[in-house]
Design a protein around this ligand. Structure first.
Ligand code: SAM
Length: 333
């Protein structure tokens, strides 16, 4: 497929259904050539909704009036035990930027997880930290780090974040993580307020040059109590096109069918896989905290989005011709 800038712009904006079907088919074929008909499963553990940041879009931003929780290391280990029993071989520890999770606490936790589950990968998604902190986490056993860049356009970044947050620092973190040997995940929301085709083109250029091992994209969904609560949600259709384009630009990338897609469309996850995605991240957090990690409205955490429904998820994916291997699902160079 022609992946010139002009053609990518065309694919992002066209209403020609044949061009879009061709795009999805080619992306799906490209994924099959690298990873086969496999979808990798990650167990998502939302370890805290405390956050020092005040991102304008996020439902757990510092000034949001949500009930705050944090899981204890023992609770997190229990989630891992349950996940391992259900067949998960990657645990993703995600949360707001919460100072309670010091390097010492996280390193001890990582060492415990790796000692108990040496066959598993651990992914962290805990926001921006210093290079020394990243180094300690890596040395303690963390394999991967997800830190969406949110947008590769510095002006757009400034319109989504308060002035104390810095685009340059976020990008620096991604470079530090790469230098330290993490498998790195970047990504962005689709349809965030002020986003244009031009800013999306910058995201795609960034992905082509930085070549993150993982790219997480999902539609923006408004969150009550945030400055963007009355903005429109991003488009499922545009998200699918972007997933397919990213697969074609970077065939080896690990590409999740995100919860946000499943929240906006009942078969959003399956459609994402048909468009080239190859990762799903069901929720392994304790049942009573799932609704508290409310980064946007009506976030799904039940049904096939719930880790305890892993068997059901396997059946849904088998129905569209995919297997879920019992492996870590690392990036294939
Ligand atoms: N604090 C960590 C960080 O900054 O990377 C991880 C947690 S943060 C809540 C995870 C991701 O949620 C963000 O990178 C952002 O893209 C996404 N997110 C936040 N609010 C959202 C919203 N309203 N709609 C869709 N995605 C959202």
């Amino acid at each position: 497929m022609n992946l010139s800038s002009n053609n990518i712009r065309h694919l992002l904006t066209t209403s020609d259904p044949v061009a879009i079907d061709d795009l999805f088919e080619e992306a799906s074929r490209t994924r099959d050539e690298v990873y086969g008909r496999n979808v990798f499963m990650r167990g998502l553990i939302e370890i805290t909704n405390h956050c020092r940041n005040n991102c304008l879009y996020c439902g757990i931003r510092r000034s949001a009036t949500v009930h705050r929780y944090r899981l204890s290391p023992e609770q997190i280990l229990q989630c891992c035990a349950e996940g391992h029993r259900l067949g998960f071989r990657t645990f993703v520890l995600q949360g707001g930027e919460d100072a309670w999770f010091t390097d010492e606490v996280l390193c001890r936790l990582l060492e415990d997880i790796k000692r108990r589950y040496p066959d598993c990968a651990v992914t962290l998604s805990l926001g921006e930290r210093g290079r020394d902190s990243f180094r300690r986490l890596r040395d303690a056993g963390a394999d991967r780090y997800l830190l969406r860049h949110e947008t590769a356009d510095a002006d757009h970044y400034a319109s989504l974040h308060p002035s104390e947050m810095s685009f340059d620092h976020r990008m620096q973190c991604l470079h530090d993580l790469r230098d330290l040997g993490f498998q790195v995940g970047a990504g962005f929301m689709v349809g965030s307020p002020g986003q244009t085709v031009d800013t999306l083109m910058k995201d795609l250029e960034f992905i082509q040059t930085f070549r993150p091992e993982m790219v997480g994209i999902g539609p923006f969904i408004p969150a009550d109590g945030t400055p963007f609560e009355h903005e429109r949600a991003g488009s499922v259709e545009l998200t699918l096109r972007l997933l397919a384009i990213i697969r074609l630009l970077h065939p080896h990338v690990l590409l999740p069918a995100t919860t946000a897609l499943g929240t906006l469309h009942p078969t959003g996850r399956e459609r994402a896989i048909m468009a080239g995605a190859n990762v799903v991240m069901p929720n392994l957090s304790p049942q009573d905290t799932r609704t508290l990690y409310s980064i946007y409205n009506n976030k799904l955490s039940t049904g096939s989005e719930a880790a305890e429904s892993a068997a059901d998820l396997r059946l849904r994916l088998q129905a569209i011709g995919f297997d879920i291997p019992d492996t870590r699902g690392d990036y294939e160079k």
